[in-house]
Ligand binder design. Sequence first.
Ligand code: UGA
Length: 440
Amino acid sequence: MNISIFGAGYVGTTTAACFALKHQVTLIDIDPEKIKAIENRKPFFYEEGLDEIIQKVTANKSLRAIHIDSDVPASDLVFICVGTPSDSSGHIDLTQVRDVAKKLKQDLSKFARDGSILVMKSTVVPGTTRRYLNPIVQNKTKLGVAMNPEFLAQGSAVRDTLHPNRIVIGADKDWVFEKLKTFYWDFYAGQDIPILTMSLESTEFAKYASNALLATKISFANELANIVETVPNADIGEIMNVVGLDHRIMPKFLNAGIGFGGSCFPKDLKALIRFAEDNTGYSSPILQSVLNINKRRPLYLVKILREELGSLDDKKIAVLGLTFKPGTSDIREAPSLDIISALWRYGAEVYVHDPVLDQIDLRPFKRFDVKFCKDIYDCLDSAEACILVTEWAEYQKLDLSEMTSSMKKKLIIDGRRIFANKKMPSDVQYFTVGRRSKKT
Ligand code: UGA
């Protein structure tokens, strides 16, 4: 099949690379840098396992990236994977979706032919696919429109794309459902993946509902952590283990920590809140609380640090991890940004390490006069405290005596509980989230 994908961001690039394992894929973007990155066989971001696939599918020419104004072969499936960030009011910003829709309308015969389907994959508020894509195919009975949301998570994007746990297709026409179902049955041959079909609007809504519930689980665990942190001898990890073992609940996304970041949960919650307000006049207290709880969590680590060290003026603080989660180079809405800016405000000398430092866009950190360390031990050397922000596997393997050996003060503040169940050397002071920090 010929497939084209608009948007060479995290979702578009990963989807294009994976689909190119079986199909002929053209990735279309307006940014020459992103196109060049694919031509050079190296995506502009780090994502576990993606480089190898890109190398393979560009070498055998089943994936190519081109500028939006170049010649494109008309495709059977045209996926839209452009960004839908928040605008300054928290509403969804549909500029990129509108631009692609305009382009498709102008040059429809270039991108589509009889039997083609325009498929929205970007996360968009209910009604968007119908509003922007239906007018493009109006009166052309042999063209279709669908909504097919993406459920991949960064850090496991390749695995999630090659082995999704469900596929959701929204459309109005039977032949559109059939064609997309056949495409996915063939692509995932041998895997038993449920395919759910429904209206365009339910599909759009289901994506928000999924992200909103996952974010709610995290904020629920974090809200309980706020309370547990005042109770002597209680531990949020122990408590959520009990909760998660209930089959009706499941343990995933109940890990208390320093809150969720990334490009999805924060902006999707804001978009859903604004969408609800605009449609119903009703401001969702649950969704708003999920965001409010999340906002407070990163600074809890700085609070503990200040309680232990007093003034932070000119004190070297080592921060381990910048990305919003392991397995990605993405720092959008990462808790590290809030933590580092607070440390800087309190006068600390901030040294940071991240295993994928070379692939991170470090510009947002530079105004905090941060020292970037390629070597973790340079970061820790003479530090008065170490703050663990991202639970990279290589941090989880650290030997705690070795890790703290050159620190000026052996103080670890663990925002992800990765050392919570490890035996601490007697000379190390250890604090983590979801456990009372003051001595009992
Ligand atoms: C999320 C969803 O998990 C995907 O299903 C969805 O497709 C994607 O958004 C999207 O809308 O595109 P993502 O943001 O990439 O994926 O990563 P997650 O694994 O969901 O992590 C989000 C944040 O939650 C991270 O900062 C992570 O550290 C945090 N988190 C996760 C917790 O604090 N506690 C947990 O128990 C789990």
